[in-house]
Design a protein around this ligand. Structure first.
Ligand SMILES: C[S@@+](CC[C@H](N)C(=O)[O-])C[C@H]1O[C@@H](n2cnc3c(N)ncnc32)[C@H](O)[C@@H]1O
Length: 233
């Protein structure tokens, strides 16, 4: 099932080119419904939670969470995406290098607790901002190259604080019909990537087919939402 996409590679240069050409069909101008509907399960009664957004793009969910008093750290390779996030949300920001990592920069909102790191996700680690109380993963696990998934799950697990609640949206479709991204991530792979150290709960399974996926040639497109938490030792 994974074989047709196993060797697919989307380079960082290609992602940047897409941003430069405004080919960002993945971006949603509204708060993501999955996050909105499951926020109580992510927060579990907590306030002032530190959220991590891997591959954040310019997701408006970051502003929504910050407006509720949570803090947000995002990682994104495209400077254009980061600057557009602040500009489109009417937030002023500062820009500074991260001395420990050559080439890495952090953009910080002056008004809200939002810091966006411009770098390859795989150069980010808990030594930069510690561990997080929540992770919202939409368009991230499904966007990284399939061959990098083990590296990704190790990194994400290392960024989880003990009480971290990690919400991840995955996509199911016939990989013979579309090469991705987004890539197919079956439930079995969520279990093989995270099952050793984490408990995994399937929260929702919904038809997510729109004209965009019909144009890709797909005949079904299903979104699964999992809640991942560290096993208590
Ligand atoms: C499918 S988009 C999803 C963005 C966002 N999560 C959303 O839901 O709108 C993936 C984003 O990750 C960025 N990206 C891809 N690979 C990356 C990497 N290795 N490190 C940092 N950013 C990356 C791309 O520039 C793009 O903005």
């Amino acid at each position: 099932m994974l074989a047709p996409q196993a060797d697919q590679v989307r380079t960082l240069e290609k992602w940047e080119k897409n941003w430069q050409e405004d080919k960002i069909g993945f971006h949603q101008p509204h708060v993501n419904k999955v996050l909105e509907n499951n926020i109580h399960k992510v927060l579990a009664g907590r306030t002032g939670v530190s959220f991590f957004f891997p591959l954040c793009g310019k997701a408006v969910d970051m502003k929504w969470l910050a407006d509720m008093g949570h803090s947000v750290v995002g990682v994104e390779i495209s400077e254009k995406a980061i600057k557009q996030f602040f500009e489109e949300n009417n937030l002023t920001y500062s820009e500074e290098p991260v001395p420990a990592i050559p080439g890495m920069k952090v953009y910080k909102s002056s008004e809200k607790n939002i810091s966006l790191y411009k770098c390859d996700l795989f150069n980010f680690s808990s030594s930069i901002r510690g561990q997080f109380g929540a992770i919202w993963d939409r368009g991230s696990l499904v966007a990284i190259n399939p061959r990098d998934r083990e590296k990704y799950s190790s990194l994400l697990t290392s960024l989880m604080a003990k009480d971290c609640r990690y919400l991840v949206a995955t996509l199911l479709y016939n990989p013979e019909l579309y090469k991705g991204p987004p890539f197919l991530v079956p439930d079995e792979q969520i279990h093989s990537l995270f099952g050793n150290s984490c408990d995994i709960e399937l929260l929702q399974s919904e038809d997510a087919m729109t004209d965009r996926q019909r144009d890709w040639g797909l005949d079904y497109f299903t979104e699964h939402v999992h809640l991942i938490t560290l096993k208590s030792s």
